[in-house]
Design a binder for this molecule. Structure first.
Ligand SMILES: Cc1cc2nc3c(=O)[nH]c(=O)nc-3n(C[C@H](O)[C@H](O)[C@H](O)COP(=O)(O)OP(=O)(O)OC[C@H]3O[C@@H](n4cnc5c(N)ncnc54)[C@H](O)[C@@H]3O)c2cc1C
Ligand code: FES
Length: 261
């Protein structure tokens, strides 16, 4: 069941030139049960008129405090970046289908850019569920200054790899190429990916060739956010599916990747 709530801003700070972290306290007595992979619809009030709420993944959630990491790309996120602690926003949550976290087996997580945000929350839940397995976490950004902090970078159960496409202004390689030459040395039971489509396609091809279960979190521009307008649909082997209602997390083996750009 979705809840319509007020969230009070506790913190809203720049992590780099156009990437911000916002932390909100949610006023509710209800157990929100917000799971990794699910997203929230957030109002973005401010000087520029924005009528529709915007979707954002959950970077962290505990004790009714939610943290989102966002990039300023248009009116809504520009408004959001100007808001101050103490101000209130409207939220709708939890939205969409979460990642399914398997209790056993080594995990591979690959996050490109801000696609790492939902994997941040997922990885923390995975560590809490089973701290004795290994999580191979590959995180890449285009530029070094876009790297966001991840709580588990030094955790003993996490083999953490970071890659920046550009170093000192020179292009090196994409995250998937970096991954291909730094493969996990052990069998992987589950793969989770979120990031640019080009990255997810490469990971899907790799996982499908090896028959490894893959869960991918997709992004599409959204309007209703409730599964009614069909504007966020993507092609799958079972026909069109809405990212906002049937996703954003999908079985990566079911998506028709060649038809997505
Ligand atoms: C399920 C889901 C989770 C998301 N999680 C995050 C997150 O954790 N952090 C984050 O920074 N962003 C996230 N996004 C993207 C975020 O919703 C958009 O950046 C935001 O809605 C832009 O609002 P705006 O008013 O600033 O830009 P707009 O003025 O609405 O758009 C500016 C430009 O960006 C394009 N655009 C808008 N949304 C998207 C999109 N989803 N994909 C590609 N292009 C888009 C528009 O077509 C336009 O060209 C997520 C999107 C989805 C669907
Ligand atoms: S945004 Fe309307 S169906 Fe997904």
């Amino acid at each position: 069941m979705k809840h319509h709530l007020d969230g009070m801003i506790l913190e809203n700070k720049a992590l780099s030139t156009d990437i911000y972290k916002i932390r909100l306290s949610l006023t509710t007595e209800t157990d929100l049960n917000l799971q990794p992979g699910q997203f929230v619809m957030l109002s973005c009030p401010g000087s520029m008129p924005v009528y529709l709420k915007r979707p954002f993944c959950v970077y962290d959630f505990k004790e009714n405090e939610i943290t989102i990491v966002y990039r300023v790309i248009g009116k809504g996120t520009q408004n959001l970046s100007q808001l101050k602690p103490g101000m209130k926003l409207d939220l709708v949550l939890p939205c969409g289908q979460p990642f399914k976290l398997e209790p056993e087996g080594n995990i591979l997580m690959i996050g490109g850019g801000l696609g790492t945000a939902p994997l941040h929350y997922l990885c923390q839940q995975a560590l809490a569920l089973n701290p004795s397995r290994t999580i191979y976490f590959y995180y890449g950004t285009t530029w070094l200054h876009e790297k966001i902090p991840l709580a588990f970078e030094d955790h003993e159960a996490v083999k953490f790899f970071y890659h920046s496409d550009y170093i000192n202004g020179d292009y090196t390689r994409h995250l998937f190429d970096f991954f291909s030459i730094n493969l996990p040395p052990v069998p992987i039971a589950h793969i989770y990916v979120c990031g640019p489509v080009v990255l997810m396609k490469a990971v899907a091809q790799w996982a499908i060739a090896r028959s490894i279960p893959l869960q991918a979190s997709l992004e599409q521009p959204m309007a209703c956010g409730t599964g009614s307008c069909l504007g966020c649909s993507i092609p799958t082997h079972q026909g069109l599916k809405t990212v906002c209602h049937e996703g954003p997390v999908f079985d990566g083996h079911e998506i028709l990747w060649e038809e997505i750009s």
